[in-house]
Write a protein that binds this ligand. Structure first.
Ligand code: NZQ
Ligand code: ZN
Length: 397
């Protein structure tokens, strides 16, 4: 186990009807003038935004709104949000939505605290965030884990780039998690969310550190629970028993817990980000369509690790490690399929089977034009990325 430091500053309020606690939480975390950030309409249609506004109004909390965040959120809208936050004198940014809304709120929070700096400078690592504005969250979709994570991912359409920023200043001050707020989700988004939740732990689990028993056990338990409840919740997003498990797993899977003492890999995420950058595909679908190809490519580095995963998560009984490893990968791929998720490019809406030039373009994007490698379980350079994308591109059902 490697040395680590772990501090999660997010106050979590979980359960049905916990929205009523919002005004008290806003005040507790210093909010008196709040910029509410939300998405393309679902939170308005469900009445949630109306409820949030009424709660703040009744508590005497001033607010303005920033609407229209889209999946794979754009830096341009976040810049608009910074202007609004500065004009309001906002002392808290309230995200009402999922990963895209929360990440936009994080960007607005950094921009409002540093109005002299264009926020994209932080994402390009040309400037470092040293101060920010508190962010509160009302979560509406279990998926990205941004409600507790140290990460925020933005797309700059002008520069054709999707980039993540990791800093503890990205951790929200509080998160309100009412599983019933997610019951209006379309099944496709639930499936994307379940996949992303699995991937946040898988991208930590497959790393070079193997003497990490408690972290491994936590990771395997989380994966078993997600596998168990993922299908029922996709079939019926109103199943509150299943949604509660999935929502809490979503936060635990990306708040760092399931990777403590290890070396994050996150290569599948980086391979997926290149797909979203180029084709604007949903994050969860970008992950399911590259993971099987990634897993089979890197597995020979340490088949015993994949065998452990197969036995402890999928109940594989095969004694031979190499065979067990492949059974675990096949089980994962089969599970994604059973959720209706794409497992190769031909099934990925808006992408389809690519020609060789398309594959090279993806590898160029993922390698930042051949200037970086990704992953730790097996370090991947441009040529490795090409091979993984080619495998993900193979025709098949
Ligand atoms: O825009 P609206 O109309 O609200 O619809 C949204 C959106 O179309 C809809 N939705 C959300 N809650 C709903 C709902 N529809 C009905 N009822 C509800 N209760 O769902 C769609 C997707 O929303 P989005 O916020 O994009 O989903 P998700 O939470 O999966 O976030 C994806 C984004 O987060 C980034 C991804 O790259 C992507 O940009 N990630 C952020 C991370 C982080 N900050 O820690 C980590 C992740 O690995 C990920 O990269
Ligand atoms: Zn993710």
């Amino acid at each position: 186990m490697h040395s680590f430091q772990y501090y999660i500053s997010t106050e979590v309020v979980f359960g049905t009807d916990c929205l009523e606690k919002l005004p008290a939480l806003v005040k507790k975390h210093g909010g008196s003038r709040v910029l509410i950030v939300y998405g393309g309409g679902s939170a308005v249609r469900s009445g949630l935004i109306g409820r949030v506004e009424a709660l703040l109004t009744d508590a005497g909390i001033a607010f303005d709104t920033l609407a229209g965040v889209q999946p794979n959120p754009r830096v341009a809208l976040a810049r608009e949000g910074v202007k609004k936050a500065v004009a309001l004198g906002a002392d808290l940014i309230l995200a009402v939505g999922g990963g895209s809304v929360i990440d936009t709120a994080k960007a607005v929070a950094h921009g409002a605290a540093n109005p002299e700096t264009d926020i994209w400078e932080f994402w390009k690592k040309r400037q470092t965030v040293t101060k920010t504005t508190p962010v509160g969250v009302v979560l509406t979709i279990p998926a990205a884990g941004s409600e507790m994570s140290d990460s925020a991912v933005l797309t700059n359409a002008g520069e054709d780039e999707k980039r993540g920023l990791n800093t503890d200043l990205n951790r929200p001050a509080f998160a309100v998690m009412d599983p019933s707020l997610a019951s209006t989700l379309p099944k496709r988004q639930v499936a994307c969310g379940v996949t992303d939740i699995m991937m946040h732990t898988l991208d930590r689990y497959f790393n070079p550190v193997t003497d990490n028993a408690i972290t491994d056990a936590l990771a395997e338990a989380l994966l078993r629970v997600v596998v168990r409840y993922g299908k029922p919740v996709c079939e019926n997003p109103g199943d509150l028993t299943a949604m509660s498990e999935i929502m809490w797993c979503g936060s635990l899977s990306h708040n760092g817990l399931t990777g403590l003492g290890g070396n994050k890999d996150f290569a599948p995420h980086q391979l997926g980000h290149a797909l979203s950058e180029k084709f604007d595909v949903y994050h969860g679908e970008s992950l399911s369509s590259v993971w099987p190809a990634w897993a089979r490519y890197v597995c020979p580095v340490n088949p015993a690790r994949f065998a452990q995963y197969a036995r402890n998560v999928w109940g594989v009984e095969e004694p031979d490690d190499v065979l067990a490893a492949e059974q675990g990968i096949a089980a994962t791929e089969g599970y994604f399929r059973s959720l209706g998720m794409p497992v190769r490019f031909g099934q990925l809406s808006g992408v389809g089977v690519q020609d060789e030039a398309g594959i090279e373009d993806l590898a160029l994007r993922c390698s930042y034009r051949k200037t970086r490698t990704v992953g730790t379980f097996r370090t991947l350079g441009y040529d490795d990325m090409l091979q993984i994308y080619r495998a993900a591109n193979e025709k098949g059902d």
